[in-house]
Structure formats: structure tokens, C-alpha cells
Write a protein that binds this ligand. Structure first.
Ligand code: NAD
Length: 311
């Protein structure tokens, strides 16, 4: 990675990844793009709708990028409300980004998700290679995306790499319509109001990771020796698995009177129930040294500290 184009760069991951990559590779070497305009951050920025294949190619060519990090997508809960729109954006954008990478000989990264698993996947310690029959449009897109990325590697030699991210928790940019968003909202509401009403039910376990660990994982995977990669698209990665009452319990250690209530949203609960309780990241550890720093305890300390200062 020397000159990098990011799509969807103003989202939950992109806003922080852009800053991190600029720190490592130099501000001018990271070209942020998004369908929305960026008025604030410094550094190269282009407005780009990923459905516009010609413009994507032109921007990548103009900036002479050697890496494309494709983040623009509709997330699980939103995709379920607008499935055909999600198919067109998630698959169309991905094909355009892969084609640009093929034509300009770029390294390529796009995230998959724990949403690529479904109700028939083994729920506990979900293996790297296992049954993937998701029941959401988002999951269908992610499985197809993993396969398409593998295809571009095998057929055209594009250096594609990917991670199956769990729910990502961060304090900079709010999440954009996923099923695990409650695990971010709970911290905001704990600080603002001392209570939170969860749309995910008690006892529902999902994998999660703190954003600094997710950003490190992207850089580490992209810099990994390709000879070591048996898998490419996409590696299971996770840092923790918890249910709403456990994150609430952790917050209560710092905000004693914090109160958790439930008002379960059937649509998002159904998605959560179709996903694993916890996934196995052994392949990522063995093939490129994946590791995390934060667990539920240390993440909670950092989230509460950072958000208290922000809010
Ligand atoms: P987000 O919703 O926060 O951001 C998506 C960005 O894409 C937004 O800035 C939006 O303006 C932009 N966008 C939307 N339509 C566009 C278009 N047509 N053209 C260009 N840009 C467009 O999403 P995120 O959380 O940053 O997720 C990025 C990627 O990571 C997605 O592929 C998502 O599926 C994956 N992922 C995220 C998580 C998570 O917890 N955040 C977990 C697993 C996987």
C-alpha cells in the first residue's frame, strides 16, 4: 500500500481509517471518497458514487493509486428495509471497485461480516470454513462478495483480501444502520441519560471488536506476505462476544445507577438470531498474526472516557 483510494470514507470505519492510513502512508497518499461531500477534514477528497464505474476508474487513475479499500455499502438493518436497493449498491459498487482494481492493477480490500453466516451455520466458535446460508439481503451480498473477490484473485490475479468483521464499536462516527449498533448507542445513552432501552434481547450473544483493533487488522492484513495467505476473502476476526446485559454490567462498574431496559425490535432481533454467538479467528491468527488489544473491560473504560469528553 503506497497510494490508497477509499470508498465510503465518511462512514463509521472510513472516517477513522482515513486518518490512520494518512498517519502511516502520508496525507496526500490517501484519497478519501464518498457519495456525500466532506467539508471538514484535510487531505485529498473526491465525491464519488460507487455506482458510477467510469468516475471511479477516472479518480483512481488520476491519483495513480495502487490500493483500493472499498467500504461503501448499505448495512444489515437498512439493507433489510430496502433489499433491492441494497443488492444494486452492495453488488454493483463491489463489481465496479473490483474492475477498477483489475484494470489499474491495484491491491484490493473490502470487508465482509459475521452477517455472511446464517441460521444453519454452527453457532459457537464458528469455523473459518463452514456453512454460509444467510437469510438476510446483507448476508447474501456478503457471501457473494467474498466469492467474487476470490474469483478476481483466481481468475485475474487481483490481490484481493478481506475480513469478516463483527460489530464494530467506536466513538468518532456513529454506526450506519447495522444490527450491532446497540453496543455503540448504549455508551452514548449511558453518559447522556444514565439508561438505555435495547432493541436486542437479553441473552443474545454477538461478536464485537473495538475500532482501533479493527483498523490495525486492516493494515496488518494488507501488509501481510501473500505467500502466507491460504484464505483471502474473508478472515474471521473478533475480539469479544457478549449479550446486552453483559455490556450493561460492565458500564455499571463505572456508572453505578445505569439502567438497561428492553424493547425488542423483531426485525433486528431476527437478524441477530441468525448470526453466530461467537466466531473462531484461528486462521487469521495463524496466517497473518491477527491479534487484538481491547476486551469488554478495557474497551468500556476507553469508550466512557472518550465519549464523556466528546459529549
Ligand atoms: P457506514 O454506513 O458507516 O458508512 C458507509 C459510507 O458509504 C457512508 O459514508 C455513506 O455516505 C457511503 N455511501 C453510501 N452509498 C454510497 C454510494 N452509492 N457511493 C459512495 N459512497 C456511498 O458503514 P461502515 O460501518 O463504515 O461499513 C463499511 C463496510 O464495512 C461495509 O461494507 C460494511 O458492510 C462493513 N462492515 C461494517 C461493520 C460495522 O460494524 N461497522 C461490521 C461488519 C462489516
Amino acid at each position: 500500500m503506497k497510494r490508497i483510494l477509499i470508498t465510503g470514507a465518511l462512514g463509521q470505519i472510513g472516517s477513522e481509517l482515513t486518518v490512520k492510513l494518512r498517519d502511516i502512508y502520508g496525507t496526500d497518499n490517501v484519497i478519501a471518497t464518498d457519495i456525500r461531500k466532506d467539508e471538514e477534514t484535510e487531505g485529498p477528497f473526491e465525491t464519488l458514487d460507487v455506482s458510477d464505474d467510469y468516475k471511479m476508474y477516472e479518480i483512481a487513475k488520476k491519483h495513480e493509486v495502487d490500493t483500493i479499500i472499498h467500504l461503501a455499502a448499505l448495512l444489515s438493518a437498512t439493507a433489510e428495509k430496502k433489499p433491492i436497493f441494497a443488492w444494486n449498491l452492495n453488488m454493483g459498487g463491489l463489481v465496479n471497485a473490483l474492475e477498477t482494481a483489475r484494470e489499474l492493477n491495484c491491491q484490493f480490500f473490502t470487508p465482509s461480516s459475521i452477517g455472511a453466516f446464517g441460521p444453519t451455520t454452527p453457532k459457537d466458535n464458528t469455523p473459518q470454513d463452514t456453512i454460509q446460508r444467510p437469510t438476510t439481503m446483507y448476508g447474501v451480498n456478503k457471501v457473494a462478495g467474498e466469492l467474487l473477490s476470490d474469483y478476481y484473485f483466481q481468475k485475474f490475479g487481483v490481490d484481493t483480501r478481506g475480513l469478516r468483521f463483527p460489530g464494530l464499536i467506536s466513538y468518532v462516527t456513529p454506526p450506519g444502520g447495522g444490527t450491532t449498533d446497540y453496543a455503540v448507542e448504549i455508551y452514548y445513552e449511558a453518559i447522556r441519560n444514565g439508561k438505555y432501552t435495547s432493541y436486542i434481547d437479553k441473552g443474545t450473544y454477538m461478536d464485537m471488536m473495538y475500532m482501533p483493533d479493527a483498523l490495525d487488522a486492516i493494515v496488518q492484513l494488507m501488509e501481510a506476505d501473500p505467500a502466507q495467505l491460504k484464505h483471502r476473502n474473508s478472515f474471521n476476526v473478533t475480539a469479544m462476544s457478549f449479550a446486552p446485559e453483559e455490556i450493561a454490567g460492565e458500564i455499571q462498574k463505572h456508572i453505578g445507577n445505569f439502567e438497561l431496559n428492553y424493547n425488542v425490535d423483531p426485525a433486528r432481533q431476527q437478524i441477530a438470531d441468525s448470526w453466530p454467538n461467537s466466531i473462531d479467528a484461528t486462521a487469521a491468527k495463524e496466517e497473518w498474526g491477527f491479534k487484538t488489544i481491547y476486551n469488554l473491560q478495557t474497551m468500556t473504560v476507553d469508550m466512557l472516557e472518550k465519549l464523556s469528553a466528546k459529549l
